[in-house]
Write a protein that binds this ligand. Structure first.
Ligand SMILES: Cc1cc2nc3c(=O)[nH]c(=O)nc-3n(C[C@H](O)[C@H](O)[C@H](O)COP(=O)(O)OP(=O)(O)OC[C@H]3O[C@@H](n4cnc5c(N)ncnc54)[C@H](O)[C@@H]3O)c2cc1C
Length: 397
């Protein structure tokens, strides 16, 4: 590559978020440079399923981005969702048809989703990909008003850019260089993801809050489900024996009202729930997106959905290739705050162990239950479509 190539956007990190934002910017005719520290390979066949839940708003946005046709063969629809909290009477069931939708959202294997995004960026002539490469430093380009940033790559090459998008995940080096601090929250929980065969109601997901943690059954086929156990560290021995093998009885007990005949249990992954919320999300012409901006508790499956919404905003705040960073930052901050609030309610109130949390969750669920309008508003909030103009962009209703 000749040194000092010029780009509208440099995007550091080619995970789900970096690939999605690059593909959308390139579609608008903007010149992008996508930099990934690892080798970008096609994703090889894997024998397990790594679930990612897309809420209804993400579906609408991906459809607007003209990506849904490619994603569709990989998704499993969720049409009903039951949330159960501590008190056995505290159970809420939502159905897509209550708000005149076909589906509440979709589950997809995150590797299939990434592969579709990669196919999209590889077919774009506006994207230059540097893999096994990183941005080792950058500075303001004071002599050039348009291309305000000069980046140095690890290989020694230089690039010039109008904007830098930081999507290089939780260990972001660029964020460190900018000295952007984060609020860290340690939930003292570990999240375990399993695939299993089971008997359950088709297209129905369940989320259970109890004193041991937060548990979810999210199907990805008519007899296949993801079992996600977010367990308080001190309660792990209740679910696992000395040899780290899951105790099937404890599992069956938790899910007994929602699924039976759980078999063929396959471990997929586990995460220590040490999460992070960046205190700033932009500096001049640099913007943080995805895990570099926030790594969230998986309750309510919000992380990637928030990033998709933020990418939708980014496109909205672009005019003639110029990005209104202040307007975008303001809008992203609002969406982040509302997601953080939802997560805090879920983890502190619905998932809280103390008596006030139990009372509050009892009160919260019963008030939502008390009126269909409140139930529908709560549901639309969960799906990200409250105040989102979903009727205008081709929803199937
Ligand atoms: C247990 C669990 C379940 C979840 N479930 C859901 C869900 O159901 N729904 C949902 O919406 N969200 C979910 N999330 C969140 C979701 O996984 C993340 O929001 C999403 O993966 C973030 O993607 P990203 O591209 O920002 O980061 P990453 O996937 O971490 O990608 C970062 C990329 O940057 C690269 N990189 C790193 N450092 C550098 C560097 N210095 N230079 C260049 N490249 C670099 C990395 O190699 C990687 O490719 C879940 C998260 C967890 C932990």
């Amino acid at each position: 590559m000749a040194s000092n190539q010029k780009f509208d956007f440099v995007i550091s990190g080619a995970g789900l978020v970096g690939c999605l934002v690059a593909s959308q910017l390139a579609k608008l005719g903007l010149k992008c440079c996508l930099i990934e520290k690892n080798k970008i390979n096609d994703i090889s066949l894997v024998n397990n399923y790594s679930p990612l839940s897309l809420n209804y708003r993400s579906y609408l946005i991906l459809k607007k981005f003209e990506l849904w046709e490619e994603i569709l063969p990989h998704v499993y629809p969720i049409r009903n969702l039951t949330i159960k909290s501590y008190h056995s009477l505290n159970r809420l069931t939502f159905n897509a048809k209550d708000i005149y939708l076909n589906d509440l959202g979709y589950v997809v294997d995150r590797r299939n989703l990434l592969q579709e995004f990669l196919n999209n960026i590889k077919s774009s002539s506006n994207i230059t990909i540097f893999d096994q490469e990183t941005v080792s430093g950058f500075q303001d380009h004071t002599e050039d008003e348009e291309y305000g940033l000069i980046g140095k790559l690890l290989s020694g090459q230089s690039i010039e850019a109008k904007y830098l998008i930081v999507s290089d995940g939780i260990e972001s080096k660029i964020k460190d260089k900018l000295n952007i601090k984060s609020l860290k929250i340690d939930y003292s929980q570990i999240s375990f993801v399993f695939n299993a065969k089971a008997f359950f109601k088709k297209y129905s997901a369940v989320q259970i809050f109890n004193k041991y943690g937060i548990f979810a059954g999210i199907p990805y086929g008519n007899d296949r489900t993801n079992i996600i156990l977010t367990i308080n560290k001190k309660d792990i021995p209740i679910f696992f024996n000395d040899k780290d093998k899951i105790k099937k009885n404890s599992l069956q007990n938790i899910f007994k009202d929602y699924m039976s005949d759980i078999s063929d249990l396959k471990f997929v992954s586990q995460y220590n729930l040490l999460t992070s919320r960046s205190k700033e999300i932009s500096r001049n012409n640099i913007i943080l997106l995805g895990n570099s901006s926030q790594l969230l508790h998986p309750v309510g499956a919000q992380g990637f959905n928030l990033a998709v919404n933020n990418i939708d905003s980014l496109i909205k705040f672009l005019g003639n290739g110029k990005l209104d960073i202040a307007g975008l930052t303001n809008e992203i901050n609002k969406s982040r705050e509302s997601v953080f609030d939802n997560i805090d309610v879920a983890t502190n109130i619905l998932g809280g162990e103390k008596i006030p949390s139990k009372l509050l969750s009892f009160f919260l669920i019963n008030s939502i239950k008390s009126s269909q309008t409140m139930k529908n508003t709560f549901l639309k909030n969960m799906l990200g479509i409250n105040n989102y103009p979903y009727l205008n962009i081709g929803a199937d209703i």
